[in-house]
Design a protein around this ligand. Sequence first.
Ligand code: DON
Length: 313
Amino acid sequence: MSHAAPDLVRVVQDIADEMRQRPDRGTVASYIPELANVDPGAFGIAVIDADGAVAAAGDSDMPFSIQSVSKVFTLTLALGMVGDKLWRHVGREPSGNPFNSIVQLERERGVPRNPFINAGAIAVTDVILSGHQPREALGEIVRFMQALAQDDTIAIDQAVAASEKRTGFRNTALANYMKSFGVIENPVEFTLGVYFHHCAIAMSCRQLATASRFLAHSGRNPSTGLSVVSPERARRINALMLTCGHYDGSGEFAYRVGLPGKSGVGGGIMAIAPGKASIAVWSPGLDAAGNSHLGRLALERLTKRMGWSIFGA
Ligand code: DON
């Protein structure tokens, strides 16, 4: 494997040093009780350039709960299974609402705005589940993550999944509401079971940055040659991440960072610099919109210093 450019290595190390020391760390998610046990002082970053060279610093090899970052991969998988028919179940517009909001669903007859808000991701999971047993669907998702990350040790954190299942009242409400409109095909408890478990997959920054390389390089991992999706589909998944990946914080993320990205309440953010790099950062403390506070700041530093914003310098 080649070495990352010296300036990238320096920038990544500088960012990790700054983030370790900052007192403003956001608030660790506690609505999933198991997530509250995570050390708010943790910070990790991994950047993989077009040659496959990795620049990593901090807790870049520590697994964390990827939560909503998993929604990018379930979207990819569902599009591979049913193609554009997926858009009968979910829209492609930013919601301007929190990730677990229910208000739009009534007006829009149970069809969620986009695949990244909880309702949309639950609808996508339901599509993956159709025609399968929950265990098979979940196995498919985990094996997909393992193949993309080239690491078959990637697994579900069962304590996190059980914790969310016990307290997932809002998601249960969203799923039941969609079911009443016929948007969910499978038994609600099966769909939610698969959803909670794929959100509870644990991965490190390095594994996540590896898994998302196909999105930075026209649908294909340039090191392995593995073609995951067509260039057109990769571009469209990136477009959805840019407009919807941070919920009602998506505008601010585009303004500050300028990359397609997806956050999770575990504090992870995956971001794509098209043609240049795949990136994962992790800091468990969240901002008011439920996105990693220092994760976003770290990405803002990175894109500024590397000139990677898709909107120009
Ligand atoms: O459904 C939930 O609430 C969580 N499993 C995932 C939410 C999430 O990660 C939102 N992201 N910032």
